[in-house]
Design a protein around this ligand. Structure first.
Ligand code: FE2
Length: 180
């Protein structure tokens, strides 16, 4: 039992550091996004992420533990890759750069979904129902954010196909105008 509790606290420390890094990274992602819906999605998720930090702080309180982050190397790597994606694609067509950004953001969401899924199972298993409920709430928001990113990417992918297939045509010319 104590071992499961220790595992949970360890996971919460890792998630706290992950979320704190995201609070710093999301404004940069919102700034890099060209599509207004994508920009809005990142801005909305920033507000949610600030709430995720608060829920984790509450979870530490419920467990009688100190609010203490532990370096989350996984999120450090994903954010560093995300920054590379922003830099590498900033001069590309706006559809390509937005789609690359969505890919990087979904990796982050999937990482968080995995982390919260495990922490939620542990909390439920050891009977920490209030902690489990907080984690389930955040897990739901991460899943919704991932779903929203998929929904935003679908029309962008279709538009990118049209641009690609229309090389040399007016479609490309229009796309180039939009880029400029
Ligand atoms: Fe989060």
């Amino acid at each position: 039992m104590d071992q499961l509790r220790d595992l949970l606290v360890d996971d919460l420390q890792d998630l706290l550091h992950a979320e704190s890094q995201l609070v710093q990274a999301l404004p940069k992602m919102a700034k890099a996004a060209k599509n207004p819906k994508l920009k809005e999605a990142f801005e909305k998720h920033l507000l949610q992420t600030q709430g995720h930090v608060e829920r984790l702080q509450s979870a530490f309180g419920l467990l009688g533990e100190k609010v203490q982050p532990k370096p989350c190397k996984g999120m450090q790597g994903l954010i560093s890759e995300g920054e590379e994606t922003i830099n590498d694609n900033k001069d590309e067509h706006e559809l390509a750069s937005d789609l690359a950004l969505i890919g990087a953001a979904q990796k982050v969401e999937h990482y968080e979904i995995s982390g919260y899924g495990t922490a939620h199972c542990l909390a439920r298993q050891i009977g920490e129902r209030e902690v489990a409920s907080l984690l389930a709430h955040t897990l739901g928001e991460e899943e919704s954010a991932d779903y929203l990113l998929s929904a935003i990417s679908k029309p962008l992918l279709q538009e990118a196909m049209v641009v690609d297939s229309g090389s040399g045509s007016t479609t490309t010319a229009k796309a180039k105008t939009q880029k400029a």
